[in-house]
Ligand binder design. Structure first.
Ligand SMILES: Cc1cc2nc3c(=O)[nH]c(=O)nc-3n(C[C@H](O)[C@H](O)[C@H](O)COP(=O)(O)O)c2cc1C
Length: 394
């Protein structure tokens, strides 16, 4: 890739030290880097370090007469190919989402006509707070690219999502955004569901299934690699969020349906999740063991998320369901496609160790055709399905 011009805005977070390594990697990859340091950012890294690494002046002040002779803030925001905010603090995202321009960083972000990539980093509770999640959703709607934070141990001693991705991963996201070759799913929004649902019966117990989420997560990752904007509605699983994918966590089928509806409109939806057919009235207190009397669970039917989506006034152009079968795989999948009203069913035989395993054998059942793929790693299966989706949406 030819060298690009990147304006890197560094917010006041504990992860700001990683920005020095990011500058070094960007320079090594041949890019020009201009650093903008917020007032709080300067508490964590010095302008001197960034100036030495970027071999350029570091910008900190909005009201700098020397720079403003040439309308410096407008120039800075326009002369770049990409604006990157890393780390993006909760505070900086809140001000961006509100359209504020009360320092150099936010003024540049408001004045720019160039793509913006942000890499949020903060304490896990700050990240999970509804206000932060609301701001992230607003920024995405505004067209800002969001690199999801990593999950892991944090400087504050807690564990969870909120860590700044490693500089190498941020570099990869930057290069993917700046890549000269257009990707087939660029500009397309795709919704994926994955994992099981948990249907509680009391505060400590639930009814679930063996879905690991691996196939759905691999499909989300493959779609993002092809340039799609991907929203992943996930049941409870222990998997990292794929790079460039927006993940919404849910627990029950009812929550999953609400999250699916909230994500609309989308161009395509791939419903990989293993949704429980039944839910139960959950007891407020833990159900006690009674001598010889097992508790009577009164099931009621869960919403049919796939059929509901197919009948929705906001039905995506392409709706794909998954069918996990243990016998007559293609017959059952063909019947399911017609019953639900979706475009394709991807059927897999789950009678072996497919659920939780790393390999899968699938058949893509459409209205006119059945394509049987060879057994393969779930990542390879995902890439093939993603390519079929790209062809269908082209
Ligand atoms: C030691 C320390 C560490 C901090 N780390 C973070 C952080 O990782 N993420 C974050 O969003 N805010 C963090 N903050 C709070 C921000 O520095 C504060 O919200 C500040 O106003 C952000 O300014 P900025 O958005 O202009 O950079 C931290 C504050 C302190 C004192």
């Amino acid at each position: 890739m030819n060298g690009k011009r990147i304006t890197l805005i560094i917010g006041g977070g504990i992860a700001a030290y990683k920005s020095c390594e990011l500058v070094r990697l960007l320079r090594k990859a041949g890019h020009q880097v201009r650093c903008v340091l917020t007032k709080s950012g300067a508490q964590f890294v010095t302008p001197l370090s960034l100036a030495a690494l970027s071999e350029d002046k570091v910008y900190t002040e909005l009201f700098d007469l020397k720079d403003e002779v040439e309308m410096g803030h407008i120039q800075l925001s326009r002369q770049a190919d990409l604006l990157v905010v890393a780390p993006a603090t909760a505070d900086l995202m809140a001000r961006m989402a509100a359209g504020m321009a009360d320092d150099l960083a936010t003024t540049l972000l408001l004045a720019t006509d160039k793509p913006v990539l942000i890499a949020p980093a903060m304490n896990v509770r700050m990240w999970a707070h509804p206000a932060t999640q609301r701001n992230v959703a607003t920024l995405k709607r505004d067209g800002v690219h969001v690199l999801e934070p990593d999950e892991g141990p944090m400087a504050c001693g807690e564990f969870g999502p909120g860590r700044l991705p490693e500089p190498n991963d941020i570099l990869a996201a930057i290069e993917a955004l700046l890549a000269d070759t257009p990707k087939p799913l660029m500009g397309k929004h795709v919704l994926v569901t994955a994992g099981p649902t948990h249907e509680p019966i009391d505060p400590v117990r639930y009814v679930a299934n063996r879905s690991s989420g691996k196939q759905g997560y691999a499909i989300a990752a493959a779609l993002a690699e092809l340039g799609a904007q991907v929203t992943l509605v996930s049941g409870p699983v222990v998997l990292p969020t794929p790079s460039g994918v927006t993940r919404i966590n849910v627990e029950t089928a009812v929550e999953m349906q609400a999250a699916v509806n909230a994500a609309l409109p989308v161009d395509a939806a791939i419903m990989v999740a293993a949704v429980a057919d039944w839910r139960f009235p959950a007891a407020d207190q833990k159900i006690k063991k009674q001598d010889g009397e097992p508790p009577l669970l009164q099931p009621s039917e869960n919403p049919d998320i796939l059929a509901g989506l197919c009948q929705s006034p906001q039905r995506p152009r392409l709706v794909i369901g998954f069918a996990a079968e243990t016998e007559k795989v293609i017959d059952h999948a063909t019947a399911k496609r017609a019953r639900k009203g979706c475009d394709w069913i991807v059927a897999n035989d789950v009678s072996g160790d497919v659920m939780g395993g790393d390999r899968n054998t699938v058949h893509i059942v459409t209205a006119s055709d059945v394509e049987s793929l060879d057994e393969a790693d779930k990542g390879d299966v995902a890439r093939l399905i993603a390519q079929r989706i790209a062809d269908a949406l082209a």
